[in-house]
Design a binder for this molecule. Structure first.
Ligand code: NDP
Length: 283
């Protein structure tokens, strides 16, 4: 089975659009602000997708675009202005940033109540304590995709390759919350395939094309491939899709798998922040 993130995200975005249409009868539109630094082609393409998706569900989306050589203080001031703007519900700072910028400082400058990407330490702390938090968009999107395909995680062994703060580490926590037993692998893991072969659910978020092949997976595993790599002008995942296809019970394609679900989760995070700003504050 192909876990079609593109189609699932479209369906979920349509449902979100209906909610927003209903809200617009009483309230202003939800507003997502995006800060982009530089003109990295991949970032430009991600931003385009996010702006288009936000507008397609009836959100207001604004782009604040800086040159490559902008200094930390200038971006910080923009974040503060957006923090203070009552019309803005969610904000993201597109990563990666050019080297001269202090990424940790800027990410933490985003007000927790507008942290649409869920990268703020407070949101991450709440998540790791199992408390309500803005969930990072990619792991959140993955759980929504599993739910859409009625894939029950309870009691399964999930092996995660990659331990980044935005994907590997938080998906470990979310799948554990859903009742999975977790193994997390990384660059220092010895005998990676020993671990990947144990996986009922294998999540791969590394950034190395075709790192995982059919000899490294258990028959009928469920594969969530987060990696996006450009090879010969084509996008491929971290998993060798054609090689593993006949050995898996379900797999996400690249492109069209986790990417669109990440965008949907970002919109959903923004919508939930909007609900808190507009609905709760007017009660
Ligand atoms: P990072 O680049 O931050 O980290 C990569 C992780 O992979 C690290 O934990 C690293 O280990 C681990 N790693 C590196 N080499 C190996 C190896 N040979 N074996 C096992 N583990 C290894 O990861 P991200 O999670 O940010 O991104 C990973 C990929 O996912 C990228 O291709 C990115 O473009 C893509 N991505 C896609 C998204 C989507 O929406 N589809 C969203 C976010 C990312 P260590 O910690 O030891 O260094």
């Amino acid at each position: 089975m192909i876990l079609n993130g593109k189609e699932t995200a479209l369906n979920l975005n349509n449902a979100l659009k209906l909610n927003i249409q209903e809200d617009l009868k009483k309230y202003r539109a939800p507003h997502l602000a995006i800060i982009l630094v530089g003109s990295h082609p991949a970032s430009l393409s991600y931003i385009k997708g996010k702006l288009k998706a936000a507008e397609s569900v009836g959100m207001k989306a604004t782009l604040h675009h800086f040159e490559d050589d902008v200094q930390t203080e200038t971006v910080y001031q923009m974040i503060q202005a957006l923090n203070n703007d009552k019309d803005v519900d969610g904000m993201i700072l597109q990563l990666p940033l050019p080297k001269q910028l202090d990424e940790a400082y800027l990410t933490q400058a985003i007000d927790v109540s507008k942290d649409a990407d869920g990268f703020h330490v407070l949101n991450q702390g709440l998540l790791y304590q199992g408390k309500p938090a803005v969930k990072p968009a990619t792991p959140y999107g993955m759980t929504l995709l599993l739910k859409a395909y009625n894939i029950d995680v309870l009691g399964k062994h999930a092996v995660i390759v990659g331990r980044s703060n935005i994907v590997g580490f938080p998906i470990a926590r979310l799948l554990m919350d859903l009742g999975a037993t977790i193994t997390v692998c990384h660059s220092k893991t010895t005998d990676l395939s020993y671990h990947t072969k144990q996986a009922d659910i294998l999540v791969v978020s590394v950034g190395k094309p075709h790192l995982i092949n059919k000899n490294m997976i258990k028959k009928d595993a469920i594969i969530l491939d987060v990696g996006i790599n450009k090879v010969d002008e084509k996008l491929v995942g971290d998993v060798d899709y054609n090689d593993v296809y006949d050995h898996v019970s379900a797999i996400t394609p690249v492109p069209g798998g986790i990417g669109p679900m990440t965008i949907h989760a970002l919109l959903l995070n923004t919508y939930h922040l909007y609900e808190k700003h507009v609905k709760i504050n007017t009660k």
